[in-house]
Design a protein around this ligand. Structure first.
Ligand SMILES: C[S@@+](CC[C@H](N)C(=O)[O-])C[C@H]1O[C@@H](n2cnc3c(N)ncnc32)[C@H](O)[C@@H]1O
Length: 460
């Protein structure tokens, strides 16, 4: 396969491919096109491959697939779907031993699959796969470009009306040529809109990165600096199941936070920016009925304040390490008022405040070993007001059977930073059972968080 991913036709000549349409318009007229068509009726098979023929297009016909116009050079075969047994998503067509197109699962024609006779055998080249690999490999570059934009304050500057590279360079102290090249990429990535002539404009993405409360700016800076450095040791971290951060900085993440007030502030802001799911928690669990809510490892009090604001008849207890009390007190005083809250400093592995109707553990389990977590569960169980009390766990869970990207990514991210891990729901269920608690139900929350409601197991 050519190093640059170019398609190679049967005769062995190589065509550079930038898009399906450019392939089709530039190829000699011996191309067969296969593409998904979710619209067509599936009459019958007959191609000798595991797909259903729905439409055959002739030479130079045009076919509109989800907005992209495909011009065929000779014959186009539109297939409805691969049937079980097919090596989907890659497909070979013995009757059409020629380059062909297929669409991506997203429904647009995006993949050029060519066959090469180089070396005597037939080699399939899947250009979509090549593209996918490149997209993943360059993800870190995009992250660094976004980080640089935030570091330079470009989202704020554009919002303030500086809309050309000259103006942005002047206001940020960066070189115009560098800003121009960065802006070109950021427009392509959807961070900004516009161009040098009409001026750059913000988008919802750049808005989310402007300074201010709930901004993702601090998160972007932390991810682009300390966390990026930690991920630089991914190979070591994954191979040894130990923190990459410690390799990069020579001390643990939490020690580093203790020594660097600015990063500690950024980390708190990062946690807040990642807390957009808090507003949905009162929909996932009924806190009404005069309940006492104990937020264990409640951090800066953001979640408790959100729940109490949505539940006027509830009272709260904010429980965390002693050093968190001033910060949490400040936030709760400024939001729901300290008359509705008790602040308790302590260690959840020793004991938690008694008499609660709901105990919450939000994002507080990842860094701990199983036995410690069972102890925290037991302490919550023991402290509950009675059998109708509940433990509510809010977290991300990994799924070994149906992995999805965000929880799996954050699981590795925990490894890079603290050496921690996300667990599966099955695993947490086992730990709850060990503490005499049963999972009653679960509910989905935004950004792939899950609410797990656990009830005390009744003696039979
Ligand atoms: C990742 S933060 C989560 C904060 C908050 N629950 C949230 O979802 O934003 C974990 C919290 O657990 C607290 N914590 C750690 N060890 C603790 C312990 N032994 N007892 C009580 N809280 C603890 C930390 O101080 C921190 O506030």
């Amino acid at each position: 396969m050519p190093a640059d991913g170019a398609a190679t036709d049967r005769a062995g000549s190589s065509n550079s491919v930038s898009s399906p349409s450019s392939v089709l318009s530039s190829r000699p007229p011996d191309v067969t096109v296969l593409c998904w068509d979710t619209l067509g009726d599936p009459p019958s098979g007959g191609l000798g491959i595991s797909c259903t023929l729905t439409r055959r297009l002739t030479h130079n016909s045009q076919y509109n697939n989800g907005g992209s116009l495909i011009r065929t050079s000779r014959t186009a075969v539109v297939v409805n779907q691969f049937v079980p047994g097919c090596r989907s998503p890659f497909m070979e067509c013995p009757q059409h031993d020629e380059p062909f197109l297929r669409s991506s699962p997203r429904g647009t024609v995006a993949t050029v699959v060519a066959k090469s006779s180089a070396g005597g055998g037939t080699m399939a080249i899947d250009l979509q796969a090549t593209r996918d690999v490149v997209d993943v490999m360059t993800g870190g570059w995009k992250a660094q470009a976004l980080y640089t934009a935030v570091k330079l304050g470009l989202p704020d500057q554009v919002a303030a009306g500086r809309t050309t590279s000259d103006e942005l360079a002047e206001s940020t102290g960066a070189h115009t040529a560098g800003v121009r090249r960065l802006m070109r990429l950021l427009v392509a990535m959807g961070v900004f809109d516009g161009d040098e002539t009409t001026g750059y404009r913000g988008t919802p993405v750049s808005e989310a990165l402007r300074s201010g409360p709930q901004s993702m700016r601090d998160m972007c800076l932390l991810y682009g600096e300390e966390f990026y450095a930690a991920w630089g040791h991914a190979h070591h971290s994954i191979s040894t199941v130990s923190s990459g951060f410690e390799v990069a900085y020579g001390r643990s993440f939490y020690e580093y936070l203790g020594e660097d007030a600015d990063t500690a502030r950024r980390f708190q802001a990062t946690m807040n920016a990642g807390s957009m799911f808090f507003h949905h928690v009162p929909d996932a669990f009924d806190f009404t009925g005069g309940k006492t809510i104990v937020d264990v490892g409640g951090g800066g009090g953001n979640l408790l304040a959100t729940i109490l604001a949505a539940t006027p008849d509830a009272k709260g207890v904010l429980f965390d390490r002693e050093h968190m009390m001033p910060k949490a007190g400040e936030h709760l005083a400024a939001t729901v008022g300290l008359h509705r809250v008790t602040l308790v400093g302590g260690d959840m592995f020793t004991a938690v405040p008694t008499g609660g109707d709901v105990y919450i553990l939000s994002r507080a389990l990842a860094g701990w070993k199983d036995d410690a977590i069972v102890r925290a569960f037991e302490n919550c169980h023991r402290a509950m007001s009675g059998p109708s009390a509940r433990l509510l766990i809010l977290d991300r869970f990994v799924d070994d059977d149906k992995p999805s990207v965000l929880p799996a990514l954050w699981d590795l991210h925990l490894l890079m930073t603290t050496g921690g891990a996300h667990r599966t729901l099955h695993h947490i269920t086992e730990l709850l059972n060990r503490a005499g608690l049963n999972v009653e139900r679960t509910g989905e929350l935004p950004m792939e968080h899950l609410a797990v409601v656990a009830a005390p197991r009744l003696a039979s």
